[in-house]
Write a protein that binds this ligand. Sequence first.
Ligand code: GLU
Length: 431
Amino acid sequence: MSSIAPNTHTLPSYLPAHELGPWGTYLQQVDRVTPYLGSLSRWVETLKRPKRILIVDIPIQMDNGTIAHFEGYRVQHNTSRGPGKGGVRFHQDVTLSEVMALSAWMSVKNAGVNLPFGGAKGGIRVDPRQLSRGELERITRRYTSEIGVIIGPTKDIPAPDVNTDERVMAWMMDTYSMNEGSTATGVVTGKPIALGGSLGRREATGRGVFTVGIEAAQRIGLDITGARLAVQGFGNVGAVSAQLFVEAGAHLVAVQDHTDTLYNPAGLDVAALQAHVKAHGGVAGFTGAERITPAQFWEVDCDILIPAALEQQITEENAPKIRAKLIIEGANGPTTPQADDILAERHILVVPDVIANAGGVTVSYFEWVQDFSSFFWSEDEINARLVKVMRDAFSHIWQTAQIHKVSLRTATFIVACTRILQSRELRGLYP
Ligand code: GLU
């Protein structure tokens, strides 16, 4: 299908056309799904405008006594199906366009796996590697306090994302609870187990990537035993998915992160690599593989490619060179619409972010339910429920793709946007 330019009439005034970034990608994805929405398409404009955007100033005292100001965001894209839900990202390149797109992809993701949530996302424009532990805590607490007016266990529930983890979630939960005057464990998910976190949450995104990866591989006749895997990003998502694929008989032949790109056609030792990354903060310096250039990563001879880092990594430049048969998007928004078209023409199957990485928010939902009922489930039960949710969602989306002869991304958007807009229509407009 050809690319459709986003309808510029719908651009909000606070986002100039030349700064569209990932939000522009999202708008093109919505334009592609609109012909499949039938009478619900009269509501489609709803999907092109976030419900609520909050931009906050975060002043903190640095360890050297100076005062530094950081920019923070929380965007609630849609709440037609339930409270806002989505992570918080700490990264020096975070922009409003990015957080808007990430919040919209959460709406699609949550509806795609049928969780009773809307979509939201937050971020702070900061490089957390430059902060001390104390500075990180202060920036987290002030940000939480500033967005405290719009978050809450029944309003909008943050979670970890790039460069945020259980420790950050513990500070967010504590700050919100202190301001409320009572402990509110359900305000964030991805918390430490001791604070109402869920077993299996840390591995959930990677486990979901693996689960849908197996489903997709079966459908295209790709044998996991001996399959060669390339992974971009070796954080929580990349490392766990690599480990599960290797346990299932695949070989990790290439890995790239913000520190280096490594290649070993005989297969890297995933456990040793995980230990190295834990000790050194990245894959750089790991022995047992040769170094290749960042551009060469995309040309590596492999069967499965998992982008598990940031947006807009697979572009019209590298898409023609990719040799994988299957791409599973662990990251949010790693493929541009132009690259999507090239990959489709080349018959490379893309399992899109909005289903592939939905395992994380699915176990976040389980965590939220457990917090509300104050009754906690076993890890086996959580993993079994996760696998069922992912498999059911994948097969529904696969069938939708077959029926309409569209990509899995457009199929996920058809399923998700139909659910969102049905809720929108049933609720009606207020007043
Ligand atoms: N940040 C994750 C995502 O992009 C998880 C969000 C959540 O658990 O709410 O899906």
